[in-house]
Design a protein around this ligand. Structure first.
Ligand code: FAD
Length: 238
């Protein structure tokens, strides 16, 4: 069965980093947008060359309103270039919600979230949902970016980690400046330590980003750390 299709309007667009824009949309019919944290929508983009469909994970938590947020990296390709140029008031068709990259809140276990770049968006949605629960299980978010200016939502994640004991935020950079005193290298280098610090017993790992990183983390978990497949959840963007 095809997912529901509905018109949406862009309310706001602004930079999260030099290469990533936050887009806030609202359903034109003002009905609540019902979705599960971690799901995505397909946007139908009316390009001069023809209609194009591109998937975007929902970055905001389900809140019973008609609004939702996306974060779009400009890859230089047609879809993201179009979305970066979209002005408030513009209307598009959306199809969704879709996807099974979700985390049940009722039986939530300690979780390691691993993302690079805008791969963090579905994890942000899951995190914001989880922190609203009465007894949230511990969550560590490991975000990998290239250098300092690329860390989307960094100050918001740091604030959440200050105010919620169940949440830990770790940032690693593959090409930081000499001034950066935090973690360095790819996310894979930090996964073993962070999984262990969550206790390992019943930890689930949620990984999102481009195929190369997702594949490398899955392989590391399975082959080097002996993680059962059922405790590794992933979403790929390419
Ligand atoms: C389930 C799902 C959820 C997605 N969620 C998001 C999201 O929340 N934010 C987002 O920016 N993209 C997301 N994407 C990717 C998005 O659908 C498009 O592929 C992306 O915007 C590129 O489209 P394009 O037409 O600009 O470029 P294309 O010409 O289609 O692709 C150009 C290149 O960009 C690479 N690429 C795709 N996505 C990214 C990315 N996020 N960062 C860096 N390189 C990328 C591809 O590997 C490809 O080589 C998601 C994809 C899927 C399947």
């Amino acid at each position: 069965m095809l997912p529901p299709c509905f018109p949406i309007r862009l309310l706001r667009s602004g930079p999260l980093t030099p290469n990533v824009r936050e887009l806030v949309f609202e359903r034109v019919d003002l009905a609540p947008f019902v979705f599960e944290a971690g799901q995505w929508v397909n946007l139908v983009l009316p390009l001069p060359s023809g209609e194009l469909r591109r998937a975007y994970s929902i970055a905001s938590a389900p809140d019973g309103t008609p609004r939702f947020e996306l974060a779009v990296t400009n890859t230089g390709g047609p879809g993201s270039t179009y979305l970066h140029g979209l002005r408030p008031g513009a209307e598009l068709e959306a199809m969704g919600p879709q996807g099974f990259f979700t985390r049940p809140l009722s039986a939530a276990t300690p979780s390691l979230f691993v993302a690079t770049g805008t791969g963090v968006t579905p994890l942000r949605s899951m995190l914001l949902s989880a922190l609203g629960a009465s007894h949230p299980a511990p969550i560590t978010l490991l975000l990998g970016v290239r250098h300092e200016g690329d860390a989307l939502y960094e100050s918001a994640f740091r604030d959440l980690a200050e105010t919620h004991r169940s949440f830990r935020f770790e940032l690693t950079m593959s090409r930081p400046t000499d001034q950066w005193e935090g973690r360095r290298g790819h996310v894979q280098a930090h996964v073993p330590e962070l999984v262990t610090s969550l206790g390992r017993g019943d930890v689930h790992v949620y990984v999102c980003g481009l195929l190369r990183m997702v594949g490398a983390v899955r392989e590391l978990l399975r082959k080097e750390l002996g993680f059962p497949r059922l405790r590794v959840h992933s979403e790929r963007y390419d």
